[in-house]
Write a protein that binds this ligand. Sequence first.
Ligand code: TLP
Length: 338
Amino acid sequence: MIDLRSDTVTKPTDEMRAAMASAEVGDDVWGDDPTVNRLESVAAEWLGKEAALFVPSGTMGNQVAVMTHCRPGDEVLVEAEAHVYWYEVGGIARLAGAQPRTIHTPAGLLTPDLVRGAVREENIHYPTPRLLCLENTHNRAGGKVHPLTEFRAVTDLAHSLGLKVHLDGARLANAAVAQGITMAEAAAGADSVMCCLSKGLCAPVGSVLAGTREFIAEARKNRKVLGGGMRQAGILAAAGLISIEKMVGRLQEDHQLAQDIAAALQDMPHLTCDLAKVETNMVQVDLDRPAGPVVDALAREGVLCGTSGPTRIRLVTHHDVSGAHPAEVAKAFRTALA
Ligand code: TLP
């Protein structure tokens, strides 16, 4: 099977399993786990922030960030297809009690003008605009990178309007590698940033949330509210340290494989796949028919994938499919669509 459903399917590497087996641990709710403490300090430096918090998932990291920035009734500005709005079970409303205000974009990238247009002036009728959420790379836009200059223009504008900025950087490492910049550069301008260790970076569990010391102290309490205070979590943090220290460098291979798969799908009947849109480790394939039965047919041909729209298939490359041949993927599509 070539499993292109998501980079979340990656399994911990042998080195991670060995590090997990021998990790030094303690009770992290007491602040006693030396491996978690090390991960949090390494992650803060990696992301260019004062402090960081280890959380079990990207979803919890995003939701804790929104809870920490906002008070009930505040408004959260968010791109209309952003994960924090689309795939997190209404958490902005349920957990933070905040109101999302969606901004539609042609290809997932918010611009200063779009943000300016969505922020309303103070008025007794309106909620207080508090937070802007950005996403890099953008999942539903097909792994699209928010380029550094454009990203900073949006964060500067948001700050000038009195907003805080949270960056969903589940795949920020892919964005950094694609642009040849550091993680700290990619996260600069955001007041808080969440980055997943368990996607292309292969950790079995875990994400990090980073920001100021004060923000992280409050986020730690909000993580506890959500039941995310973990005990001997150093077992997991040991793998996360390897994600940060050793797994970023190889992401370029995933990007190349995505390019090669997209190239192999060019000129195939019944689908369109825009090679120019493949910027990181995702490939979007638009079909001339409903995607569900095609996904089933592809599985019968040995290729697992998911959908990201009624007629759209999403393919995600990652460490555990690095030996896959683009020609085999193309062959499976040809058969599935015949
Ligand atoms: N994305 C998953 C699914 O939830 C859709 C995937 O397979 O791509 N932010 C972004 C941009 C994400 O893509 C994801 C996961 C998350 C946050 C949430 O991370 P987890 O799954 O760790 O809660």
